[in-house]
Design a protein around this ligand. Structure first.
Ligand code: APR
Length: 233
């Protein structure tokens, strides 16, 4: 194992699958017969706010019934024990990385447990249902929406992610299909700067060929093994 100094990790829905949260494009990937691409858009929110708010209310409520798994806990161990630079970027909007013990998590697609005001841009922790037209606790406008990055919107903190990718010597992708950009392009940025690239996934992702190494299997098994390897050096 080379002596890495800077690691960027990208996680997707697959890391939370063993906790019982549905992925987007697997056999369980439909919600009430809708593709996620049809529900998670600004147009869908404008056209049918009840449907979109219900989609997120149900996923927010589901979070309270699930627990982090061994993969989440292994990344928290890496964060605690590894001495190099580490950036954990997740496409997931659940809080399982945090509940698994990670202190620094970059949610590039937003968070289920956060509410965003479309009027004042204020954000607040939000753990309950959010009926359409809920009042913003900051400016009182009835303009609260889930703090989720919809298709067609810019993911959060892209400059910070890009800088970390250009400075890393290892990029690890865990539990993502590589179906959605810009996250799906991170591996190419890492390769461009000469970083090693590793994929830990149940099935080969769309970008598998870009990875120097791909290990197939459940994250709950693969991630603790990989973390042990990194810490053993
Ligand atoms: N362990 C590891 N990988 C797994 C597991 C598991 N137990 N179960 C499923 N996977 C893998 C699947 O093989 C698949 O490649 O996780 C991936 C899940 O892919 P998606 O459902 O497409 O989820 P993700 O890649 O996170 O989607 C990216 O798309 O819908 C948008 O914004 C949403 O953040 C999401 C983005």
């Amino acid at each position: 194992m080379p002596d890495y100094r800077s690691i960027v990790i990208l996680t997707g829905a697959g890391i939370s699958a063993e906790s019982g949260l549905a992925t987007f494009r697997g056999p369980d990937g439909l919600w009430e017969g809708h593709h996620v691409e049809d529900v998670c858009t600004p147009q869908a929110l404008a056209r049918d706010p009840e449907l979109v708010h219900r989609f997120y209310d149900e996923r927010r409520a589901k979070l309270a019934q699930v627990e982090p798994n061994a993969a989440h806990r292994a990344l928290a161990r890496l964060e605690r024990e590894w001495q190099g630079e580490l950036l954990l970027v997740t496409q997931n909007v659940d809080d399982l990385h945090e509940r698994g013990g990670c202190g620094q998590v970059l949610h590039m697609h937003g968070e289920l447990l956060s509410a965003l005001c479309a009027s004042c841009d204020g954000r607040r922790e939000w753990r309950d249902a959010m009926p359409p037209g809920s009042a913003c606790p900051v400016c009182d406008a009835r303009a609260l929406r889930p703090d989720i990055v919809f298709f067609g919107e810019m993911p959060y903190q892209m400059d910070r992610i890009d800088a970390a990718l250009r400075n890393c010597d290892l990029f690890v992708s865990i539990g993502t299909s590589g179906a959605v950009y810009p996250a799906a392009g991170f591996v190419q940025t890492a390769r461009y700067v000469g970083a090693d690239t590793l994929e830990l996934n149940l099935d080969p992702s769309a970008g598998s060929t870009y990875f120097h190494e791909s290990r197939m299997g459940p994250a709950g098994e693969l991630v603790p093994i990989w973390v042990e390897e990194v810490l053993a050096d």
